[in-house]
Design a protein around this ligand. Sequence first.
Ligand SMILES: Cc1ncc(COP(=O)(O)O)c(C=O)c1O
Length: 361
Amino acid sequence: MTAQHNLEQNSKLPLIDLRSDTVTRPTPAMREAMFEAEVGDDVFGEDPTITKLEETAAERTGKDAALFVSSGTMANLVSLLSQTRAGDELLVGDRAHIVRAEAGGVSRLGGVLATTLPNQPDGGLDPELIPAAVRPDDMHQPRTTLLALENTHNFCGGTVVSLERTQEIADAAREHGLRVHLDGARIFNAAAASGHSVAELAGPADSVAFCLSKGLGAPVGSLICGDEAFIAEARRTRKLVGGGMRQAGIIAAAGLVALDQMVDRLHDDHANARQLARGLAELGFNINPESVQTNIVIVQLDTSNDPTPSPKLQAQLKQIGVLVTTPDRAKIRLVTHADLSSEDCAEALRRMAEAEVGPAA
Ligand SMILES: Cc1ncc(COP(=O)(O)O)c(C=O)c1O
């Protein structure tokens, strides 16, 4: 039986969706909390469920205050715009979600120049590059005012930037008068993997953003956390970009359940990602399972015969009901999440073996 025949035969199999941890559906407890949520007009500051979520988020991140926004992209945008002026410069990793996957919002909407520094394999930046990257006070140049980090680091493969590294980078930035923003879309994964609390990991940053709608499984929402003055400014910026929401306690209620019930299980996602990586290595893919730290597996494909192999592999996987994304044309990304079990991961690997989908497929 040929591999192609197998692919066609299996095409009606139930989907195993490894595209992202954003695909999770709200749990029954979330739906119930949403149904019961007490709400009010949050633009008037009158939604008790949002207020509770913001207070909880501030507490969990160890910051003074928090602001609920609709998405991780909006959380970053509002955070960056609230700490810069048009014409300022942001220092950010070259593989950061902010520069690679947020439609250039900080430049288009904020008029901010984003200058990239090379991301290190752990997703961090080399603190020694920061002094030279900060512009001198010179009328020809933009003002370098902000540095952004990401933890875990999505496009580096869900890597954890250690607390020590985060502190070193933040210290170097602060020494030159920069503020520090942390894109912590998956900071709860970083905490689970590192053994540090979210508050510890966020400690070196002035502002931190995290998502409820990724590993934590809520349907919508992100939080921005920082000191009172920053959050007041962020509230204004959120209004500016049209992000003020009214009876949004309906969605915040699910976020409270996420923070209460979905954090401790993140270890399962991490174990499942390791399991996937081990299976992929057994199938001949170039992946070191030990390099997988959280819930994201990125596989670098062989480009010796085809410089852009990922779309073809993605299509082959889709035919056996396994959905993945392609961070670039020579990589595939698999993400584990609350709606996938260890058995689902085993089944994905079993289908790949049976259909002979491998690195040279
Ligand atoms: C690291 C990181 N930051 C921000 C975002 C943006 O989140 P959203 O898709 O909710 O806008 C993502 C989304 O995957 C992400 O991975």
